[in-house]
Design a protein around this ligand. Structure first.
Ligand code: NAD
Ligand code: TYD
Length: 351
């Protein structure tokens, strides 16, 4: 019997991690702590919300007193920390919120864990979920490995890099048991439609312009979200204290090529002629400081812990398009209200 705190469990990746742990480990108690920002949505967890081993706590990770109280209340064995501000475009407009949540929020969790576990760290683990974006941009080929120097270039990646440094500092200075993993871009169900893949599927469905930044030549390395959740489960249980693991599926795509695949799959499922929605592609001004290429080498995770992705990209993207088309109610709910203002504001500036 373990009690695990999962932060950010109402968000995209967090909801998949919570679902996996709640279903796979009926003898664990899973406490999902989430502030429910615009990106947090309890509808992402409808299927498990009544499970006897699941508890939701609406809290802000920056509220140190509230976090300390939770550690006293539940006596956590482990923390899997996903709560964060996660969208690069928003970080360009509002870096302060990113520094507050991603840096100060992580610090507040680290300090609470350190205090709660001060007498005995046996069996305890603070597992921090991070991104490949901390390594910077690969302009001249190659891959990010665990020892690649940090070179964050956006306010988002700078805040995540800073939080990673704090996690390692707590290990080195206070002996807190920690693991950090850095994953490539995720895609799949329940991703907030401000990110490329769900935004474009939704726009294709609604015959709205597809705003491609710059020339569409930037490259991202895509992993199906359930495979990230599987990696997190494996690393939490089998990873070594103090280690870093890169997670990715060796699946690089130029944005424009990926967009054409999405159009093909979505048009097919909507019964449109092949390529009909390519007319929606609209080149807009580039993102400031737009990183050219991310590509992660996850050999260590494969060799040491035996992880590999379960899905080929073609299958993953088809499942994903299917899911968004089948879950229009979810999409309509998250794209109403505040979302409209965000969208108009963001894309008025870019086009
Ligand atoms: P998301 O934006 O979908 O979800 C973030 C969640 O954190 C939301 O539920 C939100 O309500 C919650 N949250 C935000 N601020 C909070 C606060 N102050 N207190 C408590 N909860 C708060 O993000 P995601 O895409 O699911 O990413 C989860 C984690 O994985 C992040 O740490 C991100 O940096 C990392 N990551 C994401 C990707 C990706 O492709 N999405 C890739 C690698 C790593
Ligand atoms: P995104 O999903 O925001 O992830 P990240 O910036 O963290 O990699 O963007 C993925 C890629 O798609 C990135 O190169 C920016 C590009 N992009 C567009 O061209 N248009 C858009 O409207 C968005 C949101 C992203």
């Amino acid at each position: 019997m373990k009690t695990i705190l999962i932060t950010g469990g109402a968000g995209f990746i967090g909801s998949h991690v919570v679902r996996l742990f709640v279903n796979k480990y009926p003898d664990y108690k899973i406490v999902n702590l989430d502030k429910l920002t615009y990106a947090g949505n309890l509808a992402n967890l409808r299927d498990i919300e009544n499970a006897p081993n699941y508890i939701f706590e609406k809290k802000d990770i920056c509220d140190f007193d509230a976090i300390k109280t939770l550690f006293d209340k539940y006596n956590f064995d482990g923390v899997i920390h996903l709560a964060a501000e996660s969208h690069v475009d928003r970080s360009i407009k509002d870096p302060f919120t990113f520094a507050r949540t991603n840096i100060m929020g992580t610090l507040s969790l680290l300090q609470a864990a350190k205090e709660a576990w001060k007498d005995n760290t046996d069996g305890k683990l603070f597992y921090h979920i991070s991104t490949d974006e901390v390594y910077g941009s690969l302009e001249n080929g190659g891959f990010f490995v665990e020892t690649t120097s940090y070179d964050p270039r956006s306010p988002y990646s700078a805040s995540k890099a800073s939080s990673d440094h704090f996690v390692r500092a707590y290990h080195n200075t206070y002996g807190l048991p920690i693991i950090v993993s850095n994953c490539s871009n995720n895609y799949g169900p329940y991703q907030f439609p401000e990110k490329l893949i769900p935004l474009f599927i939704n726009n294709i469905r609604n015959n709205k312009p597809l705003p491609v930044y710059g020339k569409g030549e930037n490259i991202r390395d895509w992993l199906y979200v359930v495979d990230h959740a599987r990696a997190i489960d494996l690393i939490y249980h089998k990873g070594k204290n103090g280690e870093t693991y890169n997670i990715g599926g060796f699946n690089e795509w130029r944005n424009i090529d990926l967009i054409k695949v999405m159009i093909k799959v979505t048009d097919k499922l909507l019964g449109r002629a092949e390529g009909e929605s390519e007319k929606l592609i609209t080149y807009v001004s580039d993102r400031a400081g737009h990183d050219l290429r991310y590509a992660i080498d996850s050999t260590k995770l494969h060799k040491e812990l035996g992880w590999e992705p379960s899905l080929q990209f073609e299958e993953g993207i088809e499942k994903t398009v299917h899911w968004y088309l089948d879950n229009q109610e979810w999409l309509d709910q998250v794209t109403s209200g505040e979302y409209q203002k965000y969208y108009e504001n963001m894309y008025k500036i870019k086009s």
